[in-house]
Design a protein around this ligand. Sequence first.
Ligand SMILES: [Zn+2]
Length: 279
Amino acid sequence: MTQFSVGEFRTVADGVLVAVAEPAGVNIGLVVGPSGCLVVDTGSSPAQGALIRERAEQAAGVPVVAVVVTHWHYDHFFGLAGFAGLPAYAHESVAEWLERPECAGDAAELGVDADALVAPNRPFSLARVVDVGGRRVEVVHFGRGHTDGDVVVFVPDAGVIFTGDLLESAGTPHFGPDCHLKEWPSAVDGVLGLVAEETVLVPGHGPVMDRLAAFTQRAEISGLYGQVEYLVARGVKIDDAWEQGEWPFDEQTVRAVLPLAYAQLAGEGKVPRTQLPLV
Ligand SMILES: [Zn+2]
């Protein structure tokens, strides 16, 4: 049976805190304004979302006045029903995912009632400014990447960016079947455009990252797709790709993502051509 838990909120910058929620080790953000606070991501079930809301108010000493869902994956989104009555910001694609079988499948696996899940009530396509009890926070979608609807949360006065799963420090980035490998680096570029020397980046999973770590991961994600593109152009079939490539990630990660990478390249008409034998 899945074990749900929420750790303590710990300060990462002035009035900005992070707690870790299990089962997925997801970072839950808390931005505290003078008269209200904002929660970033909601945990893996409606009950966990309600607990996060309660813990956030205890830690902040002010009521939660808004919530942001960085993308539709269960560990970020399924707790939203625990924040009833509040403005809930997310990319407009999140509500569409709620209707899809992937979402119901994840709910069944977790033992969560799919009918209890709710859609965000403040969907947007590009960007919103949120007034967090007198503190200004920006939520921005920089394009497709880890999913088709990743949003990041920028707290300008604290120099903090919650990146969702566009970046990860708990391990390699999660290349699920719904990610967009080619466009992902551009979405990270959007984040990097906001980054200054001292900016604290809170990834979806794992400890906070600095600018160098974010640049490095951007290069690795870009390198992965670039390498597959190169191999396909040379006529290398998927079964030989691991041996013939130079990879920024471990073998297990690369082998898992190769079918997706080949499929996405095939979608652009790029397939390995069989070499004619030299006569
Ligand atoms: Zn995710």
